[in-house]
Write a protein that binds this ligand. Structure first.
Ligand SMILES: Cc1cc2nc3c(=O)[nH]c(=O)nc-3n(C[C@H](O)[C@H](O)[C@H](O)COP(=O)(O)OP(=O)(O)OC[C@H]3O[C@@H](n4cnc5c(N)ncnc54)[C@H](O)[C@@H]3O)c2cc1C
Length: 393
């Protein structure tokens, strides 16, 4: 079938839903269609590894998309973009002619180079699959010590599973936290009963209905009821790449109005590589705040409003009862300055580079995101002594 719409959104995720909403608010009459390859309408991903394991309120995760009056086609994958004809072809055999197109395709989980039956945790269906397996007393192996791995390990422990966590780094969160904090988080996980095996990778294995077995880099074997892997994502840029759009940092290059190298195609969310004026460079992040705000601005810009995206996104995470918000570049290879009210329980970590604050970790310290943004935008110069006490304000 041949369809003609004003606005076509590819990707029924967090950015896509925010864009549909903003488009409708800006343009009451426009026709808006959304193609999503998951069998579900847009939903919040963060609760999948946090809140849902505490309250189980699955009804609360769905994005409020009704008011957007967009036609949402689930289970539909966009296959190609013909930029000259302004047309997208989907896998149901339909063609979509658009005036403006948004690519909000997110990312696909990185996978292990062996085995099958592992849960690469990304979607609501992954959550449901893990729910069925995460019975109290079940043994769950979690591969990965980053955001997803550490949240899932905590969630599994809290629902009564026995958890073994393995990752190549020296400690949980070692890529982002300063050494002492990463060590303290790792010790905390052990206190909570998680068998944390740092410096260990899985080198082979298989999982099935009757359980899983992993070969580990120290020569041992690990048996478990299920394996969950959180190995990061690869942005879904195939459509953009085949259409010849400019790519950088693994994502789709956009300007501050979320426009790609084609003026009628926009991109937002995990897939977009956007300019961050406060850092003086382009960045690509995988955070809810960025996805939702970029989605909104992309929708507004597509509808002809002047709504640039210039702020620095923030992100957050919950690890058992530890929680934080963070802004900017969190890279433990930068100079880090720790300022604790209570060591490793409440405080701020500043990330410095060449006299500038490049990131701030607000550890159990709330309401400081905008102040952290302002500090990162400030020209400085800062060093360990002068940055201390700048947050909280
Ligand atoms: C378990 C989990 C926990 C998280 N927790 C946090 C957190 O605590 N804090 C935080 O800041 N961020 C968190 N995030 C990250 C946050 O959810 C993402 O940054 C956000 O979902 C990105 O939104 P998006 O719209 O860019 O991509 P997505 O929400 O991934 O949506 C993209 C959609 O596009 C679909 N798609 C891809 N290609 C096509 C195609 N060709 N045709 C049709 N559809 C397509 C995908 O299947 C997907 O449904 C978490 C993510 C996960 C998975």
């Amino acid at each position: 079938m041949q369809n003609t719409v004003d606005y076509l959104i590819v990707g029924a995720g967090m950015a896509g839903a925010a864009a549909a909403q903003a488009l409708r608010e800006a343009d009451g009459k426009a026709t808006i269609a959304m193609l999503g390859d998951e069998p579900h309408p847009p939903y919040d991903r963060p609760p999948l590894s946090k809140g849902l394991w505490k309250d189980g309120k699955e009804g609360d995760i769905w994005r409020p998309i009704d008011k957007a009056r967009a036609t949402v086609h689930t289970g539909r994958r966009a296959l190609t973009i013909d930029r000259t004809a302004h047309r997208v072809q989907d896998d149901a055999g339909d063609a979509w002619t658009y005036r403006r197109l948004l690519l909000a395709t997110g990312g696909a989980p990185r996978t292990l180079p062996f085995g099958s039956g592992f849960t690469y945790f990304r979607t609501y269906d992954d959550y449901r699959q893990l729910r069925r397996r995460a019975r109290p007393g079940a043994h769950i192996a979690v591969i990965g010590g980053g955001f997803i791995g550490s949240e899932i390990a905590a969630a599994m422990t809290m629902v009564g599973c026995r958890v073994t966590m393995l990752f190549p780094e020296a400690a949980i969160g070692a890529r982002v936290f300063p050494v002492a904090l990463a060590d303290s988080v790792t010790a905390y996980y052990r206190e909570r009963g998680v068998d944390v095996r740092s410096g260990i990778t899985a080198t082979g294995g298989e999982a099935g209905a009757n359980g899983a077995e992993l070969a580990l880099s120290d020569g041992s074997t690990l048996t478990a009821d299920a394996v969950v892997a959180g190995l990061g994502i690869v942005p879904n840029v195939q459509l953009a790449q085949a259409a010849g759009l400019q790519l950088e940092l693994g994502g789709i290059v956009v300007d501050d109005h979320l426009r790609t190298s084609d003026p009628d195609i926009y991109a937002a969310g995990d897939v977009a590589a956007f300019p961050a004026p406060a850092l003086g460079r382009r960045m690509r992040v995988e955070h809810e705040n960025a996805a939702v705000t970029m989605g909104q601005r992309a929708g507004q810009c597509m509808a002809g409003l002047d709504a640039p995206y210039r702020e620095l996104p923030y992100f957050y995470s919950d690890l058992f009862d530890l929680g934080y918000e963070a802004v900017g570049t969190l890279d433990s290879r930068l100079e880090t300055v720790e300022q604790w009210v209570t060591p490793f329980r409440e405080g701020v970590v500043y990330y410095l580079d060449a006299g500038r604050v490049r990131g701030a970790l607000l550890w159990n310290t709330w309401g400081q995101v905008d102040n952290a943004r302002a500090l990162i935008a400030a020209p400085g110069s800062f060093d360990a002594a002068s940055v201390r006490g700048r947050l909280p304000k």
